[in-house]
Write a new protein. Sequence first.
Lengths: 206, 260
Amino acid sequence: MHIVDGALALPVLATGAALTVAGVAIGLKKMDYDHLPQVGVLSAAFFIASYIHLPIGFSSVHLILNGLIGLALGWAAFPALLVALFLQAVFFGFGGFLVLGVNAVNIALPAVMVYYLCRHGISSPSPKVAATWGAIGGAGSIVITTVMVAFSLMLSGEAFLLAAKATFVAHIPVMVVEGFVTAAAVLLIRKVKPEFLGIDEERAYG
Amino acid sequence: MPQFLEHSGTSWKGQKVKHDQSLIDRLDPRLRVVLVTLFAFATVLSHNFIVLTVAVIAGFLLAILAQLNVKRTLRRVIAMDMFMIFLIILLPFTTPGETWFTLFGLSASKDGFLHALMILLKAHAVVLSLLALVGTISATTLGHALAHLRVPDKLVHLMLFTVRYLEVIGQEYKRMRRAMQARAFVLRTDMHTWRSIGYLIGMLLVHSLERSERIMDAMKCRGYKGQFYLFDDMRMGREDYRFIAIFVPFLCILTGLNFI
C-alpha cells in the first residue's frame, strides 16, 4: 500500500500533504488529552497489524486494519495513522518521507469514510447485522484505499495505468480477509467493551 | 512478499539498538530532522541523473558515517524494493516511445526505462539518508526534537504514547499467539483462521486499552495534566555547525546542478 519516494508527480504530493494536514488538524481538534491513550493504542495496532501475515493459497497477505481503526476513532484516525506511518518510514524505511502525506490520506480518509458509513450499522441490536456492517467497513476501507492508491499513481503519469490496475487486482484477497477479520473483531469488541467502538450499550442490548 | 524480507517483527526500536556510536549520533537531533527534509526535497524534485547519482552516493556516505548495521539496513532497503519492483518492471513496457528492446513480443521504451531508473535512485537516496540521520535517533528523543521544531503538542504526545504501546501490544500479541499455538492453532486459508484472528485483534485492543486506562489513571494520580515536560534542552554545538558548513553547501551544489 505504501508508495515510495520519487514515483509521484509534484501536484499529487502537494495535494496529499494538504489533505493530510487538514485531516490531522480536524482529528487533533476532536481528540482531547484523555483520549490520547486510546488513539495511541490503535496507532500501535496498525503498526503491529502489518506483521500479522495470513496465508492465502501459496502466498500471504498482511492486515491493514484501517477500517477497524476508523470505526473506533473517526477523525482521530488521521493523526493515529500519520504517526504510525511516520514511525514506519523513519525506523523501517517503509514507504517514503515526502510521500507521507499521500500515503496518510490514502489510508486515513477511507477510515473516516467507513466511520460515517458503518458507525450506525455496527451498533445494531442484531449481531448478524452488526457483523455484516463490520465486514463492509473492513473490506470497504481497503477497496477505497486501493482505488485512491491507484488514482495517485494514475494522476502522476499515464504509464502507471497498468501498475494501478495491477495494484487493485492484487489487493482483492486482502479485501476479503480484512472483511472477515474486521467483522469478527467488531463482534468481539461489541460484547466485551462496547464503548471502544462508541456503542451505547443500552441501544445494542436494551 | 516473503516473510524474511519483512521488517523484523518485534524490533521497532529502529537502528538505535544495533549500531556503534558515530559522528552522526553527536549531532543535534533537530538539525538531523531538518537536514534530511531538505535533502529529500532536493532529491525528489530533481530530474537530473547526475544530481540523483550524487544524491545516492551521499546517501551511502551518510549510512557509512552513521555506522548503520549492514545486514539490517540491507534488509530494509530490499523490503522497500519489493514494494516498487512491480512498478519498476512494468514501467518500460507501459511508457510510449521508440522501442529500445523487445521481450516476449512486448516492446520496452528507453524513456520508460530511464523513468524507472530515476524512481529507483530517488527512493534509495531518500531511504538511506533517512535511516542514517533520523533512524538512528531513539524514538523518545525524536519526539522531543519534533516538539522543539514546533510540531503540534498533541501529535508529539501521540507519537510518544504510540512508541510506548508498540512494545506493550507487540508483547501481548506474542503472548496470545503462543497461547493459541499451545492449543494447536495453525494459520490456514479458511473462515476459522480469519474469525480467530479477528477475535485475537479484538481482544488485543481491549486488553491494551484497559491497560492504557490504568496507566492514565496512575499518571493522573501523580499530577499529569496533559503535558510532558521537555527537560532536555537541545543545543547546537561546534560539531553541528561544522556539519552544517559541509552539508548546506553540498545541498546548494546539488540543487544548482539541475540548472547547468
